[in-house]
Ligand binder design. Structure first.
Ligand code: AMP
Length: 285
């Protein structure tokens, strides 16, 4: 595996591979990698492309009171993990490399960035769309992999790619969960063992909502209320949001007819966790 923190060196490596006719796959991450990230690598491997994985904790997507400085980092452990997993190139730039000047140019994906996590974290998705488009320009990938753990982020990147005619296939990867249902996240390391146990309520309440839907419930508000009640009654989690929205475009839903995204963000102490599930009225299986 090659590794570099320099944009110029990365561009050279990629130019050589492209001249050999190799397709390029990009996996953007913030590091502190776990099996969720490795699922993206697995999917990319199946496409036979050169796999570039980036690790960059992007200051632009963190609010002033968020966890940018305390976000977990372990570059050497990550490098070992991705090398074993079959990544071809690890790109781990510094902030100075990515932002040599204060940024005055941004990419904003309207509407989709105004709801769910966007309503709670102003500027977050502008930071995400901007850094991902910088990475797209640096790496010029044919394919880019995004986890559905961050479903809204996936939709935003997919829309950005469509709106700007970027020649990139955006590939979604299903959420990877721990043995007990907790969605894997780099931030899980911040949970105390009690909080981690309580956080199981997130996947449990999503599963319960899906059962209600399967049993015939079609009201989005009823599903939201049941999830909120369960979380509030059975844990100390503080709810940021629990919302049912159209899975295609995040528009509002009253009566559930099409596939919906049931998404939530809940704080356990100072750790904010997100989870979601896409649910269909008439699933094929
Ligand atoms: P992050 O390092 O948290 O920015 O995540 C980098 C990429 O990995 C994003 O596309 C995430 O959606 C994806 N990812 C993170 N956790 C998971 C998970 N548990 N399952 C699937 N994808 C994930």
């Amino acid at each position: 595996m090659k590794r570099t923190s320099h944009i110029s060196e990365l561009r050279e490596i990629i130019a050589i591979e492209k001249s050999r006719g190799r397709r390029i796959a990009l996996i953007p991450t913030m590091g502190y990698l776990h099996r969720g990230h490795l699922a993206l690598v697995e999917q990319a491997k199946q496409r036979g492309a050169l796999i570039v994985l980036s690790i960059f904790v992007n200051p632009l997507q963190f609010g002033p009171n968020e966890d940018y400085t305390s976000y977990p980092r372990d570059l050497e452990k990550d490098a070992h993990l991705v090398e074993t997993a079959g990544v071809d190139v690890l790109f781990h730039p510094t902030s100075e490399e990515m932002y040599p000047l204060p940024m005055v140019t941004y990419v904003e994906v309207g509407q989709l960035d105004a709801v769910l996590c966007g309503a709670n974290r102003p500027g977050h998705f502008r930071g995400v769309a901007t850094v991902v488009s910088k990475l797209f320009h640096i790496v010029q990938p044919d394919l880019a992999f995004f986890g559905q753990k961050d479903y809204q982020q996936y939709l935003i990147i997919r829309r950005m790619v469509g709106d700007l005619n970027l020649p990139i296939e955006v590939c979604p990867v299903p959420i990877v969960r721990d043995f007990d249902g907790l969605a894997l996240s780099s931030r899980n390391v911040f949970l105390t063992s009690e909080q981690r146990q309580e956080a199981l309520i997130l996947s449990q309440s999503l599963n319960e909502a899906e059962k209600l839907l399967r049993a015939g419930e079609r009201s989005a508000r009823v599903l939201e209320t049941r999830i909120k009640e369960k979380i509030t009654n059975e844990s100390q989690g503080v709810i940021d949001y629990v919302e049912v929205r159209e899975a295609q475009n995040l528009s509002e839903v009253t009566r559930i007819e099409n596939p919906v995204l049931v998404a939530l963000a809940v704080r356990f102490g100072s750790t904010r966790l997100i989870d979601n599930k896409v649910m269909e009225v008439n699933p094929l299986v």
